[in-house]
Every structure is written in structure tokens, then in C-alpha cells.
Write a protein that binds this ligand. Structure first.
Ligand SMILES: Nc1ncnc2c1ncn2[C@@H]1O[C@H](COP(=O)(O)OP(=O)(O)OP(=O)(O)O)[C@@H](O)[C@H]1O
Ligand SMILES: [Mg+2]
Length: 449
């Protein structure tokens, strides 16, 4: 019984008790008045009868009051179990889809988390009409037939592949007016898509990494055999082969360095770097280091660094890696002209969580990248043109490293590209604690050709 109902009953009992007492006194008064009027009793006797009856009536009233007080124990006693309404509200608020089935396999109840999966509440429909997973239907049949709880994994192929785990367990259901219990089942669904993707990524990663290492290793072994065999006495061939072997060894070294660097960054990704770093200085240092490559490729370079840029919160070495990777890509895949800009991002670009930021944008005028590739560019080993990347000594890890460093710095990046026109990679990095408003924003200050 609900607490509200008990309180109502207690109030009713109290009012009935008071009314009864009133009527008892009225009856007693009327009886005494009649006895006095008809001379059946004297004033003295009347007073004694009235006093005695009054004491008995009051004693009865207070005794009844004590009995009534025990209803307080009932109202204040801890609930014996959840009410149906509470249980329904609880299931409704669960983040996991949950369905209750009757003994025939029809849906009696479904929470709103299941609507997106079923397309509707599905109530009164048979489970086979809303969940097309033979394994789950078999588990439901077994559970309704008296078996214990079952776990079944299944996949939903369209519109996007999803992996689910269904937990099917028996529950007793109250059926009919007499409250008899019959068999029922609950199905709780748990999404495994993210977990499966992660597993797949790990498998792909190991496969990709070993494949990338195997290619230069196979080439090295081949040249060693050749040098031991027919090229043994050929000085010219030996020189050429040793040069190729040196390149292949360099490629293996770069791959291992990149992999180590990536796992180091990932390990620290949750720790935001604290140093205040001058982004303009980082860009200048990278360009100094890459000057020989720029000259060798004959690339026309334009640099615009805003003066008085507030420092960003960062790790200088990691930020050098970011700019180096972006400029390296622009030199490798861009056309003959590259523009590098660094400045304070417009306040409208500020990230709501991390406030104002600086940006570095590397723009090239090369072939550009087809739209379909853009979302995947920062994946490990993802290359638009594998052959071209390998020829230029690329490992396909550069942008993955950039993405992880930017994440660690609580920054963000954008990639814009147009086929045949070129690409712009922009990285935004939040200001260090207490970053000052820059004196002038994004005004070009240096231009190098
Ligand atoms: N500026 C660019 N223009 C055109 N394509 C680009 C550009 N930058 C990157 N790409 C494409 O994105 C792919 C991934 O780039 P990423 O830097 O991750 O690897 P990589 O340059 O091939 O190797 P690494 O950087 O490890 O030497 C490249 O292989 C290339 O196909
Ligand atoms: Mg690269």
C-alpha cells in the first residue's frame, strides 16, 4: 500500500474517532436529561452517572488513539520492494536497450533506449518482427522454454555496421487477475561496435607495421644475396646496391622512429603540456632545418608570421614535429609553391573549452586530395597514393603523429583540399595560461621567397 493511501486512512480513522466520542457524549447527555426530566434519577445520581460514563468514554478515546499511532510505524516502515511505477521508471532510464517479452515472445515493454534500434517501441509485436537476428531469436526460444540466461553476439549490417551483444534471461511474469506467474524473458542489448573497431584497428596496425617493415627487409636480403653472389666482384654494382641498401635501412629506421614516437605521444596524450611555446619560433626553426630540401626541390616558399603572438601551451619538440610533418608533406605532395602562415585564430574560431588559440596553416598548390580521402588522412599508414609516398620515403605515419600531438595539446586541426588546386592543413593550438591579447592579429610580418 502506498504511503499516501496509509495517511488518508489514518486521517479517516482520526475523524471517525472524534465523531464517535462526540455522539457518545450527546447520547449520554440526552439520556441523563430524559432521566432527570421524568424523575427517574436525582441530580446527585445523574452527576455520578455522567462523570463515570465520561471517564470511560475518554479512556476509550485515548486507548483508541494509541492503537491508531501504530499506523505511523506502517507509514514510516521501509518499503518492502519497488513499486511497479518505480521499476518502470528505472528501466526507462537505463542507457542500454531493454525489452520484456511475454511467454509467446511478444514485446510487453521496451525502454526508450531501444527505440532507435527497433525503429519504434515495438510493443505487442513479436520479437522476430523487430529483431532480425537468428541467434537472438533462438536464445529467446530457449529461455522461454526453461533454459538459463544466454549471451549472443550479432551484427546489424545496415545502414552502418554495428555489433551488439544480446543478454537474454528468464523472468517470472505475473499473468491474469489472480496474479499467477508465467514464463517471460528480458533482452538487454549492449553495443560492441567501438570495442570491435578497436580490436580491428589493433590487428590492422600490427599487420600494416609488419608489412611496412617486411618490404625494405626483403629488399635488403635480396641485395645481400646478390652481393654475395654474382655482384661480388663488380665494384660499380656493389656501390649502387650499397646505396639502395642504405636507403632501405634508412626507411626501416624512420618507420621504427615514427612508431616509437607515436606510442610515446599516445602514452602521454592525457597529460596536457604546460610549457609556454613561441609558435613563430617553432615555424622559423623548422624552415631553417628544411631549407636544404626546399632548395633541392626548387619550391617557392612564402612565410607569414604575425608579430607578438601569445605563447601556446605546448611541448616545443612535439610542435616542431607537427610543423615539420605538415611542411614536409607540402614539399613532397604540393606543387612548386608553399605558403606558411602563423597567427592568432579569430575569436570566433576559439574552442569553447580551451579559449583563444594560435594557428599554423600550411598551404600548397599541388594536386590536392579527393574529398573521400580527407576523413582518413590522419589514420596510421593511410596514404592516398601508396607508391608515391613510398618513393618519397614516406611511412604514412606523419599525419597520425600530427593528430595525436594536436590532441595532446587540446588543439584541433582542419584539412581543406580541392582536387587540382591544392590543400591547406591548419592546426589550432590553445594559448598558454595567461596568454596576452596579441598586439596585432595575423598581420603578415615576414615574407620569404
Ligand atoms: N599536402 C598534401 N597534398 C596532397 N596529399 C597529401 C598532402 N599531405 C598528405 N597527403 C596525403 O596523405 C597521406 C598521408 O600523409 P602522412 O604525412 O601521414 O604520410 P606520408 O607523408 O606518406 O609519410 P610520412 O609523413 O610518414 O613520411 C600521404 O601519403 C599523401 O597521400
Ligand atoms: Mg608526411
Amino acid at each position: 500500500m502506498s504511503e499516501r493511501r496509509l495517511l488518508q486512512l489514518r486521517d479517516l480513522a482520526r475523524r471517525t474517532r472524534a465523531r464517535d466520542l462526540l455522539f457518545a457524549f450527546l447520547a449520554l447527555g440526552a439520556g441523563l436529561a430524559a432521566a432527570l426530566a421524568f424523575g427517574g434519577i436525582g441530580w446527585r445520581g445523574g452527576f455520578l452517572v455522567a462523570a463515570g460514563a465520561g471517564v470511560v468514554l475518554l479512556a476509550r478515546y485515548f486507548w483508541g488513539g494509541r492503537a491508531l499511532a501504530t499506523t505511523d510505524d506502517l507509514t514510516q516502515a521501509p518499503p518492502q520492494g519497488l513499486s511497479l511505477a518505480t521499476a518502470e521508471a528505472l528501466v526507462e532510464r537505463l542507457p542500454e536497450p531493454l525489452l520484456v517479452l511475454d511467454s509467446e515472445g511478444r514485446i510487453l515493454f521496451s525502454n526508450s533506449a531501444s527505440y532507435s534500434l527497433l525503429g519504434s517501441s515495438g510493443v505487442r509485436r513479436h520479437i522476430s518482427a523487430v529483431l532480425r537476428a537468428p541467434g537472438v531469436l533462438e536464445a529467446v526460444r530457449l529461455v522461454l522454454g526453461g533454459s538459463g540466461a544466454q549471451r549472443v553476439e550479432y551484427s546489424i549490417p545496415v545502414p552502418v555496421e554495428r555489433h551488439m551483444l544480446a543478454y537474454v534471461a528468464p523472468i517470472p511474469l505475473r499473468v491474469g487477475d489472480n496474479g499467477a506467474e508465467g514464463p517471460g524473458a528480458i533482452i538487454v542489448l549492449h553495443e560492441l561496435t567501438a570495442q570491435k573497431r578497436l580490436e580491428q584497428m589493433r590487428v590492422d596496425f600490427v599487420a600494416n607495421a609488419s608489412h611496412e617493415l617486411r618490404t625494405p627487409l626483403a629488399s635488403l636480403s635480396g641485395y645481400i644475396d646478390t652481393l654475395r653472389g654474382h655482384a661480388r666482384d663488380d665494384a660499380v654494382a656493389r656501390e649502387r646496391f650499397l646505396e639502395i641498401m642504405g636507403e632501405q635501412a634508412g626507411r626501416m629506421r624512420r618507420l621504427i622512429e615514427d612508431l616509437l614516437s607515436l606510442s610515446r605521444i599516445e602514452l602521454n596524450e592525457h597529460v596536457r603540456p604546460e610549457h609556454a611555446v613561441d609558435l613563430g619560433g617553432v615555424v622559423r626553426d623548422v624552415l631553417d632545418a628544411l631549407a636544404p630540401q626546399v632548395a633541392a626541390r626548387g619550391v617557392e616558399l612564402e612565410v607569414e608570421i604575425a608579430p607578438d603572438l601569445p605563447p601556446v601551451a605546448g611541448e616545443r619538440d612535439e610542435l616542431i614535429q607537427v610543423v615539420q610533418n605538415l611542411v614536409d608533406n607540402a614539399l613532397k605532395y604540393g606543387g612548386g609553391r608553399v605558403v606558411i602562415r602563423a597567427g592568432a585564430a579569430a575569436p570566433s574560431d576559439a574552442d569553447v573549452r580551451h579559449g583563444r588559440a594560435n594557428f599554423v596553416a600550411v598551404q600548397d598548390f599541388g594536386d590536392g586530395i579527393a574529398r573521400a580521402h580527407l576523413p582518413r588522412l590522419t589514420e596510421r599508414f593511410y596514404r592516398v597514393d601508396v607508391q608515391r609516398s613510398r618513393q618519397t620515403g614516406g611511412t604514412g605515419l606523419g599525419l597520425a603523429i600530427v593528430k595525436h600531438i594536436v590532441n595532446r595539446h587540446r588543439g584541433w586541426m582542419s584539412i581543406e583540399s580541392q582536387l587540382g588546386e591544392g590543400s591547406t592543413f591548419t592546426v589550432f593550438l590553445p594559448w598558454a595560461e595567461g596568454g596576452e591579447q596579441p598586439a596585432r592579429r595575423s598581420a603578415p610580418s615576414e615574407t620569404a621567397a
